[in-house]
Design a protein around this ligand. Structure first.
Ligand SMILES: [Cu+2]
Length: 478
């Protein structure tokens, strides 16, 4: 499925400039929130008369921006107004296990009409997001997601703090969500369910309004089910300052832009160069051609003086424990299955089944270490504080996007087919904590983390169709 765009009608957009700024710290929003998961509508295509029925937090997509202070309690009372059970997962937050929002592992699903209050203390500043962890392949695709921002004690010196939540939608010609493709086994055993319409912040063409000379922080969040996005601002030179919430030494993004796999976040700092009235395109490059996704619009105000300092300061590091040089345990995680290398057999709910039965009777197409779906026993058990090295092998023909709950890891090495041995990964990742990592076909990657958060935590592919069709397991920290 290719992302396409109907003819872009510039004139129709002139009146729809919308500011999508993150509300300032200390705004009336406070630190206790109420959220309702419920149906709503959104204008996802250019024609303002076409509204799409979505499911959203408070009926909107994206849901409300939640803001927290690092190390201070946050409570979110969630009410399920959907017709199916749900839960909310706080992606990337290293919080208490009971608040992680994984039905069957950390809580019961929230039934229709029922409520659940999540209470936790975010230990790390940065850019995070929230979404259901129940039938996520349907609930996230219908629009259930939002940003969770944990503020630094000392915020970087910027004129605007802005969000760009990027998603693809599979819509029919009538603008309605294509429902018959939900649960399609072909998608599940291939790259996942891809959209044909791209939105930033739930809009067909987002407009971020700034002034000439502004320095802006752009928090990019990828909320696609399966598509790996490549976002760029070709006319500007953004610095990358954080991945998955965690600061990195600022470095310039390449002209290829920023890769955002499902669930990943990248924070940029960008100096706006241009003159009042300019519209600077934000483009998506994964399809090979430039697809304009939105604009940074320079308002009419007088240009600000350019900052004398070229490179922004690094953000303050988060208190994540550094893995020990020698691991306490090394664990293998081998991915198999999927189209063209279908599983001959795998274990599913304790039974060894052939590939055809797995697919046709159980919708399972993938396995971790020969097991499809959540096993009864954990992949490994760690004593609190142990350093775990996870040696991952993608023995399938497809990309996978492994997400670790409750912990952040560094990547020690990456081994691609044809290499004689493991090569050192690019420095922007080797010293950087992350919670979601994209692997290509036939790649191997060794990641390392300190298992310091007690409880039962998922490891799964964040291509949501792959998760649903086998790529899910868990570990326990005691
Ligand atoms: Cu996958």
């Amino acid at each position: 499925m290719k992302l396409t765009r109907r003819n872009f009608l510039e004139s129709s957009l002139a009146a729809t400039v919308v500011l999508c700024a993150v509300p300032p710290a200390g705004a009336a929003t406070g630190r206790a929130y109420n959220l309702e998961l419920r149906p709503g509508t959104a204008q996802l295509v250019e024609d303002p008369s076409v509204l799409t029925n979505i499911w959203g937090f408070d009926g909107k997509v994206p849901g409300p921006i939640l803001r927290a202070r690092q190390g201070q309690p946050l409570s979110i009372a969630v009410t399920n107004r959907l017709a199916q059970p749900t839960s909310v997962h706080w992606h990337g937050l290293r919080i208490a296990n009971a608040m992680d929002g994984v039905p069957g592992l950390t809580q019961e699903p929230i039934a229709p009409g029922e409520a659940f209050t999540y209470r936790f203390i975010p230990p790390d500043a940065g850019t995070y997001w929230y979404h259901p962890h129940q039938r996520a392949w349907e609930q996230v695709a219908r629009g259930l997601y939002g940003a969770l921002i944990v503020e630094e004690d000392s915020a970087p010196d910027v004129d605007h703090d802005m969000l760009v939540i990027a998603d693809d939608w599979y819509l029919g010609d009538d603008g309605a969500i294509d429902e018959k493709s939900f649960g399609n086994l072909h998608d599940w055993s291939h790259a996942g369910r891809m959209g044909n319409i791209l939105t930033l912040n739930g809009k067909p063409y987002e407009h971020l309004e700034v002034s000439a000379g502004d320095r802006i922080r752009l928090r990019l969040i990828g909320t696609t089910n399966a598509r790996v996005l490549q976002l760029a601002i070709p006319d500007l030179r953004p610095w990358i300052v954080a991945h998955d919430g965690h600061p990195v030494t600022p470095y310039l993004a390449s002209s290829d832009g920023v890769e955002l796999s499902p669930g990943q976040r990248t924070d940029l700092i960008v100096d706006v160069r241009g003159k009042p009235g300019d519209k600077i395109p934000i483009v998506e490059l994964s399809a090979g051609d430039k697809l304009v996704a939105g604009y940074i619009v320079i308002g009419k105000g007088a240009p600000k003086a350019r900052r004398t300092k070229a490179t922004p300061d690094a953000l303050a590091a988060n208190p994540v424990a550094k893995p020990a040089a020698v691991a306490d345990q090394t664990v293998n995680l081998t991915m198999t299955g999927g189209a063209m290398r279908f599983l001959a057999s795998a274990q599913f709910k304790g039974e060894q089944l052939d590939g055809r039965t797995l697919a046709l009777d159980h919708g399972q197409a993938w396995a971790f270490n020969g097991v499809s779906g959540m096993p009864a026993s954990p992949l490994f058990t760690a004593r609190r504080g142990e350093t775990i090295n996870l040696k991952m092998r993608n023995d399938t023909l497809w990309q996978h996007n492994i997400h670790l709950h409750g912990h952040h890891f560094v990547e020690l090495s990456r081994h691609a087919p044809g290499d004689d041995g493991a090569r050192t990964v690019t420095t922007d990742r080797a010293d950087a904590f992350q919670d979601t990592i994209l692997m290509q076909s036939d790649e191997q990657s060794e990641i390392s983390f300190v298992a310091d958060n007690p409880g039962k935590w998922m490891i799964h592919c964040h291509m949501l169709e792959h998760q649903a069709s086998g790529m899910a397991t868990w570990f326990e920290v005691t």
